[in-house]
Design a protein around this ligand. Structure first.
Ligand code: PRP
Length: 240
């Protein structure tokens, strides 16, 4: 895959200092960060605050339906987007960096650096099937998998040597095997409650997921000072 950790191009600056980062005095535009709405955003805002970058205004503005949120005191601009859209904003340079789940990053496999795993938004991508209708992969002629992650599913099936049809859905994946749309699902599990509610059992974990910082190629070159400083601050507060 092309996605890779930026071991050399984007790295934590050893000179990053504690305390609130200075607002820029140059003519450069604010550092633009694409953030996914939802639980990752909530957890990310806590991490940023601990790192000395209070993006609380993003929370307030989001409540007011604003999706482009300037934070002039940190010379930052936050874009609130769908989680699956973060990599596109970053790859095309509309955002300098973004925060996205490993699930989304690996599904899209874009040309991005991933300099830091934030350890937030933890969940797993699993294969699951109805408790009372386990699939016999060898016996079943036409297997169908429903998922929001067709590419990760395709790679998983290929690695297992399983031939199956992949049905792309956009949500509520768990009902697919209950109403005859699929034999199995590939979906995210956090607490496991949704699987339990629908009497599905986990067959296998495909991917351990958490949210990562992703950086575009151009930004990694042109804004390395700002990005290195931000990554160093975040790295210092990421647990474990
Ligand atoms: C996600 C995921 C599962 C659920 C897992 O769905 O796709 O359905 O959360 O969480 P749990 O293990 O804690 O029950 P999401 O809430 O994003 O909605 P969706 O069904 O529209 O994808």
């Amino acid at each position: 895959m092309t996605t890779r950790a930026a071991k050399t191009t984007v790295k934590a600056s050893p000179k990053a200092k504690k305390g609130a980062p200075r607002a820029s005095t140059s003519n450069a535009p604010p550092l633009t960060i694409a953030m996914p709405r939802g639980r990752i955003l909530d957890e990310a805002l806590v991490l940023f605050k601990r790192a000395g970058i209070d993006l609380g205004a993003a929370e307030k503005a989001r409540a007011g339906r604003k999706l482009i949120i300037p934070i002039p005191e940190h010379d930052v601009r936050v874009l609130i987007v769908r989680d699956a859209d973060v990599p596109a904003y970053v790859e095309h340079g509309a955002a300098d960096l973004g925060i996205a789940g490993r699930d989304v990053l690996e599904e899209q496999d874009r040309d991005l650096y991933e300099p830091l795993d934030l350890g937030i938004g933890r969940c797993r991508l699993v294969v699951a099937e109805p408790e009372d209708r386990p699939v016999d992969e060898m016996a079943k002629v036409h297997l169908r998998y429903a998922t929001k992650f067709p590419e990760l599913t395709r790679r998983h099936l290929q690695a297992r040597g399983i031939v199956a049809e992949i049905i792309k859905l956009y949500g509520s994946i768990e009902i697919a095997p209950l109403v005859g749309l699929a034999d199995r699902v590939v979906d995210l599990v956090s607490s496991g409650e949704t699987l339990r509610q629908h009497r599905l059992r986990e067959v296998e974990t495909i991917l351990e997921v958490s949210a990562r910082v992703c950086v575009g190629r151009a930004a990694a070159k042109l804004r390395s000072d700002r990005i290195d400083d931000l990554i160093a601050r975040l790295r210092a507060v990421v647990p474990g």
